[in-house]
Design a protein around this ligand. Sequence first.
Ligand SMILES: [Zn+2]
Length: 382
Amino acid sequence: MATSKVLAGAQVVLPTGTVPNGRVIVSDTGRIAGSAPADAEAIETIDLTGHWLVPGFVDIHNHGGGGASFTSGTAEDILQGVQTHRLHGTTTVVASTVTDDMDALAQRAGLLSELAEQGDIAGVHFEGPFISPCRKGAHSEALLRHPDPAEVRKLIDAARGHARMVTLAAELPGGIDSVRLLAEHGVIAAIGHTDATYEQTKAAIDAGATVATHLYNAMPGLGHRAPGPIAALLEDERITVELINDGTHLHPAAFELAFHHAGAGRVALITDAMDAAGFGDGTYLLGPLEVEVKEGVARLTEGGSIAGSTLTMDRAFKRSVTVDKLPVEDVVAAISANPAKLLGQYDRVGSLESGKDADIVVLDAEFTLKGVLRKGDWVIEP
Ligand SMILES: [Zn+2]
């Protein structure tokens, strides 16, 4: 069981703004408490002067890490990946699959749902197989299929209440009906790996899509006569845009343009990480495809398509503040609050408010991660 503690002296980032020299009280139940318990002797005070306290990071698009894969590993492998990302501040993670045959995906969903049941992951994101062959990225072309509401339904059922998101190309036959089905079942319909026009993307949003899967990546570029999905997704208040801020997937100018246009309330920073995140260069598998990781950049061995990232959320945070010069409060919204709201878990995680899980990241003055608290227990002690 967690012990009661007071984290004192840091700049504490709250939804209402940053409190200098603030303090956060953590109860022995692992929650953030409004006031200190009466028995003052039982409380440990930790002086964090010169540090920042921000809510634990929430990653809604992540395929693995620490040498382990959410897409093909055993339960033990998955937990190893989860633990690796916790060491980098991600206290809530949705496990993402990649395109595979339907039976394999259903089986994977079953395994992932058990881990979601235990609270180790926050659910399942199916990325593919209902995506466009024109924008397949690191997905196996032979296994792609048109979105069929009956098959989408099979995947939702296989995840036993833990399907959180499905990325699909809504311009394909059956796409709009599938978006509708997802919205009806409370599963996020995410537009991605798509070759849609501006108009087709707008139709998908009207049908209930609410997320742009890694905006810019695996979709047509922004053209002045053919604005395509990017303009449709960026301009619509109903859409939250995922952005991979690793300096490889997006030019800083493209990242900043999207962030400023959508506004801090409509961005979710993600890693799209694969096994090599928090591990190292080498040869890996992403689903059925071989991936070569060199100097931290993951590419398909065949064809050289970019194949996920080796990003961790602490690096995305630091980069957004120090390279892109975004206000810390805006980065906290994009990396914790917005994704927590998308998952319907903002009552439990995503901000440092009393009653929520004590999921807290400690950063030093240079925004380097120094500590991670999850449900009141140290993952890394500062
Ligand atoms: Zn992905």
